[in-house]
Design a protein around this ligand. Structure first.
Ligand code: KG4
Ligand code: ZN
Length: 337
C-alpha cells in the first residue's frame, strides 16, 4: 500500500494542535499552540476562554502543520480529530473545523478518542512497539490502566474513582502556592524537598486492586497544612510537594507492577501529561527493569496534549475502516470501552 498521510487535529482542552503523520509512525509536523499563559491568570482552564482561543487559532495552526510537512491539503489521505472526552465547547471547535475541511475537500473524516490518542503516542518514537502491551494513562482528566490487546482493542483494568492523577497535582500545587499548571511545578520543586518528610496515604481500593483514588491524598495534604496553620507553624513547600508526589508515584508504580505480574505482559508503556513527570519516569523505568519488562514512554512533548498522537490513533482507525460521517459530534464524557 502507498504511504498514508493523516492530518490530526486536537482541541479538547487548552492546546490548539495540528500535525501530519506518515504511516502512523513518522511525524512530519507537530504544531501546538498552548493557552497556558492565559489560563494561568485564572488559576486553571476557563472553558469559555479555551473555546474562543481555539476558534482564533485553529486555522493558522492547521496551515502551519501542512506547511511544515511540505504538503498541500490535497495530499492528505484523511482528517482525524479528537471528538471526546474533553470540554464540549473546545471539542466542538476541532470537530466542526475537521468536518468542514473534510466536506469541502471530499476527504475521509476520522473521529478519535483522546485517551486512545495518548496511548498511541508511544508508537511515534518506539518503532518496535506493537500490541499487545499494557499502558498506564495519567492525564489531567484521566487515570486508566489499560490492556492494549490490538491497535483498536482496549481493555480498562483500572480507573480512578475520584480525581485524576493530574487533577491531584494541580489542586495540591494550588494549595501550596505553586499555582497553575501544577504538575510541572511540583515536578521541579520536588528536587529541593524530601520525599520521605511526610507520610501521606497510598489508597487501596478493596473491590478492584487496579482502581485508583486520589481524593484522600488531596485531603491529607490539606489537613496537614491546616493543622500546622492552627499551631501557627509554617510548612516546607518543597517537602510537601516531594512527599505528595512520592505518594502518587508509589501508587502508580505499585498498581502497574501488580497488573504486570497478574497478566504476564512483556511490554509496558506510560502516556498522558503526568507521564512527563521526571520522578514517575525514573521510578517506572527502574521498576520495569527490575522485572525484566520492556518499558516505553513518549518524549514529554508527546505526553502532554498534541495532535501527532491523534493522527497516529486516526491512522489505525482509518486502516480499520472506521471513518465518520458529517454527523460526528463532540462527546465530552466519551468512555474508553
Ligand atoms: O494529557 P494532558 O496534557 O491533558 C489532559 O488530557 O488532561 O495532561 C495535563 C495534566 C495536568 O494536570 C498537568 O498538571 C499534568 O498533566 N502534568 C504533569 C507534568 N506535566 C503535566 N504532572 C506531573 N508532572 C509533570 N511534569
Ligand atoms: Zn490529554
Amino acid at each position: 500500500m502507498s504511504d498514508i498521510k493523516i492530518l490530526g487535529i486536537e482541541s479538547s482542552c487548552d492546546e490548539t494542535a495540528a500535525s501530519v503523520v506518515l504511516n502512523g509512525r513518522e511525524v512530519l509536523s507537530n504544531i501546538i499552540s498552548s493557552q497556558i499563559d492565559i489560563h494561568t491568570l485564572y488559576g486553571g482552564v476557563v472553558p469559555e476562554i479555551a473555546s474562543r482561543k481555539h476558534m482564533e487559532r485553529i486555522d493558522r495552526v492547521v496551515d502551519k502543520a501542512l506547511k511544515e510537512a511540505s504538503l498541500d491539503i490535497k495530499d492528505i489521505d484523511a482528517i482525524a480529530v479528537t471528538y471526546g472526552p474533553g470540554l464540549v465547547g473546545a471539542l466542538l471547535v476541532g470537530v466542526s473545523y475537521a468536518k468542514s475541511y473534510a466536506w469541502a475537500l471530499n476527504k475521509p473524516l476520522v473521529g478519535v478518542h483522546h485517551i486512545k490518542g495518548h496511548i498511541c503516542a508511544n508508537y511515534i518514537e518506539n518503532k518496535d512497539l506493537k500490541p499487545p502491551f499494557m499502558c498506564l494513562v495519567v492525564s489531567g482528566g484521566h487515570t486508566h490502566l489499560v490492556r492494549v490487546a490490538d491497535y483498536g482493542e482496549y481493555e480498562v483494568l483500572g480507573r480512578t474513582r475520584d480525581d485524576a492523577a493530574g487533577e491531584a497535582f494541580d489542586k495540591v500545587a494550588r494549595v501550596i502556592g505553586l499555582g497553575y499548571p501544577g504538575g510541572p511545578k511540583i515536578d521541579k520543586v520536588s528536587y529541593e524537598g524530601d520525599p520521605a518528610a511526610i507520610d501521606f496515604p497510598r489508597a487501596k481500593i478493596a473491590d478492584n486492586e487496579y482502581d485508583f483514588s486520589f481524593s484522600g491524598l488531596k485531603s491529607a495534604v490539606l489537613n496537614y497544612l491546616n493543622s500546622l496553620q492552627m499551631k501557627g507553624l509554617s510548612y516546607e513547600q518543597a517537602d510537601v510537594a516531594a512527599s505528595f508526589q512520592q505518594a502518587v508515584v508509589d501508587v502508580l508504580v505499585g498498581h502497574s507492577m501488580a497488573a504486570i505480574d497478574e497478566y504476564g505482559v512483556k511490554d509496558f508503556a506510560i502516556a498522558g501529561g503526568v507521564a512527563s513527570n521526571s520522578h514517575l519516569r525514573t521510578a517506572m523505568k527502574a521498576a520495569c527493569e527490575e522485572k525484566g519488562i520492556n518499558f516505553y514512554m513518549p518524549s514529554p512533548i508527546y505526553c502532554t496534549d498534541n495532535a501527532a498522537m491523534i493522527a497516529v490513533a486516526g491512522y489505525h482507525e482509518f486502516m480499520a475502516g472506521n471513518t465518520a460521517d458529517l454527523s460526528l459530534n463532540a462527546v465530552p464524557a466519551l468512555k474508553l470501552e
